[in-house]
Design a protein around this ligand. Structure first.
Ligand SMILES: [Zn+2]
Length: 143
């Protein structure tokens, strides 16, 4: 049971925190990651809503694919319909955490936490440039 004075202190701190968060003119909303829709053909898994997911992330499907296949320790390719074909059978519960990691690593701005970012390569370093707060953060390549 939280006593009243502590409660008051908590809200005062919360209020202070909110005031310290820089207000930006961001238009983009944070998104929820669509659940991977998978189909199985022979020994392949076909991720059918892959293109839509990459469009939402605003990332190159090949970049997302490299991350997924490396973590699943398999091979894959993006077919002409933009579906991701994976060698072997994988479930959405195996792929979903990888998408979350990808977003945390390559999409979400580490400064403001918004997804309105793009990857820009300068010299040999890849930066995540945030359109919401303007932060430029070097991306550690997980390759
Ligand atoms: Zn930001």
């Amino acid at each position: 049971m939280i006593s009243q004075p502590e409660d008051g202190e908590y809200y005062r701190l919360l209020d202070k925190l909110y005031k310290e968060i820089p207000q930006t003119g961001a238009t983009g909303e944070w998104f929820s990651i669509p659940k991977p829709a998978l189909r199985y053909e022979g020994d392949k898994s076909i991720y059918t809503n892959y293109r839509e997911t990459c469009e939402l992330f605003r990332r190159d499907p090949n970049h997302v694919m490299k991350f997924i296949v490396r973590h699943l320790a398999t091979a894959g390719y993006v077919d002409k319909d933009g579906r991701l074909n994976l060698q072997g059978h994988f479930s959405d519960t195996q792929i979903e955490p990888l998408l979350e990691r990808y977003v945390a690593f390559y999409v979400k701005c580490p400064t403001c936490g918004r997804p309105d970012t793009k990857l820009v390569k300068k010299a040999r370093v890849v930066y995540m440039v945030c359109e919401a707060c303007g932060a430029e953060s070097p991306v550690r390549t997980a390759q």
